[in-house]
Design a protein. Structure first.
Length: 81
């Protein structure tokens, strides 16, 4: 299982406000949940293979993404232990 946290970034990343928490049974499900929550975000870096590689290497996946409206978000996907 994986936990997912999507946080809004403001003031050039100085303030991080958690906005969405969730869980997923697989990396693919986690990526799909992020894409559903941020449909206008550039999620090109959120490929299942990139997430899985990062999780295997450093125990989580973190990326900052920008929506089409100009909002910034930080996405974290990590295994539940």
């Amino acid at each position: 299982m994986f936990r997912i946290v999507i946080s809004r970034l403001t003031d050039d990343g100085l303030h991080v406000t958690p906005e969405q928490h969730g869980t997923a049974m697989s990396v693919d499900e986690a990526v799909l949940a992020v894409r559903r929550h941020l449909p206008t975000a550039d999620t090109g870096a959120l490929r299942s293979d990139a997430v899985q590689t990062s999780v295997n290497r450093v125990n989580d996946f973190r990326r900052d993404v920008r929506t089409g409206e100009g909002d910034h978000f930080r996405v974290v996907i990590a295994p539940m232990m």
